[in-house]
Design a protein around this ligand. Structure first.
Ligand SMILES: [Fe+2]
Length: 248
C-alpha cells in the first residue's frame, strides 16, 4: 500500500495539479492533505473544488481556519493577512462549509496521527528539538501505540526520530528515500506543495509505502508563470509571486 502525503497547497492550483499528475502515475491508494489548502496564492476556490472532487482526506490548517473566521488571521504577517482576506472573500459558502468540517488533528486508520502545526494546535510550529519532544510525548500519552505522525505548517521537509531510549533527533537526509525502523517513532513533514521555502521552487510531497515502511520525498516542476500571473491579476502583493520563484 502506498499513501501520498501533501501539505500547504495554499491556493496554488498549478502546483497541486502537477503533484496529482505525478501521484496518478503510480499505484497510490490514498492521498492525505495536512492542511493550509488556501491562503497566499490566487486559486482558493479551484483548490478546494479539486481536493473535494478527488476525495483527498484533509485536515484543517491555520490559514483554512482563518478563511472561515478572519479573527484567526490577526497574528498573520501583513502579506499573509492580505492574501487571506482576499481568499476569504473569494470562497463561496460551499467552500467554507467544506473547510469548516475539517479537524486540525486526526488519527488515521489507528496508525498515523496527522496534524497541521503541532498536535492539538494548528498555529504552533514543530521546528525545534523541544517541539518535537513535546509532539512525541503527546503521541505517547494520547495515542499510545501510534509510531508515526505527519504534519505540515513549516513548509520545510523534515524527519524527526525518537529511539527506544527516548532520544529525539532530526535526521539529516542525504537522499530522498528513508527506510523506517519499526522500533522507532517518527514525525514527518512532506514540505509544501504550493509555497516551498527551502530555496527551491518545485512542489514538494511525500510517498509512504508499507512493508517495509519507507518514505520518499518527491518534488515536481509546475507552471510557475501561470501561478504568478494569477497572483498579479488578483492584485495580491507582488512579493507573493516573487517568492514562489526563489522558494522562500
Ligand atoms: Fe502553510
Amino acid at each position: 500500500m502506498k499513501i501520498a502525503f501533501i501539505s500547504d497547497i495554499h491556493s496554488n492550483l498549478e502546483a497541486l495539479k502537477a503533484v496529482l499528475g505525478e501521484i496518478d502515475k503510480e499505484n497510490i491508494s490514498l492521498i492525505v492533505n495536512l492542511g493550509d489548502l488556501v491562503g497566499y496564492n490566487a486559486s482558493p476556490r479551484e483548490c478546494v473544488d479539486l481536493v473535494k472532487q478527488r476525495q483527498i482526506i484533509s485536515i484543517l490548517g491555520n490559514h483554512d481556519r482563518a478563511a472561515i473566521e478572519l479573527k484567526f488571521a490577526e497574528g498573520f504577517n501583513i502579506l499573509a493577512y492580505q492574501a487571506l482576506a482576499w481568499s476569504a472573500k473569494s470562497l463561496a459558502p460551499e467552500h467554507k462549509r467544506f473547510l469548516k468540517k475539517l479537524e486540525h488533528t486526526r488519527m488515521l486508520w489507528d496508525r498515523f496521527l496527522v496534524f497541521h502545526g503541532a498536535p492539538g494546535n494548528p498555529d504552533a510550529y514543530l521546528s525545534f528539538l523541544f517541539q518535537a519532544k513535546k509532539a512525541f510525548n503527546y503521541m505517547r500519552q494520547k495515542t499510545p501505540g501510534v509510531r508515526i505522525g505527519f504534519f505540515g505548517h513549516t513548509h520545510h521537509r523534515a524527519v524527526w526520530q525518537r529511539d527506544v531510549r527516548g532520544k529525539v533527533s532530526r535526521l539529516e537526509m542525504s537522499q530522498d528515500d528513508l527506510l523506517l525502523d519499526p522500533e522507532q517513532m517518527y514525525l514527518i513533514n512532506p514540505g509544501s506543495v504550493g509555497q516551498p521555502r527551502q530555496r527551491q521552487w518545485k512542489a514538494s510531497y511525500l510517498i509512504f509505502s508499507n512493508e517495509p515502511e519507507t518514505i520518499q520525498f518527491r518534488s515536481v516542476a509546475y507552471d510557475l508563470h501561470s501561478a504568478q500571473a494569477k497572483i498579479r491579476a488578483a492584485q495580491l502583493p507582488e512579493y507573493l509571486a516573487e517568492r514562489l520563484e526563489t522558494g522562500v
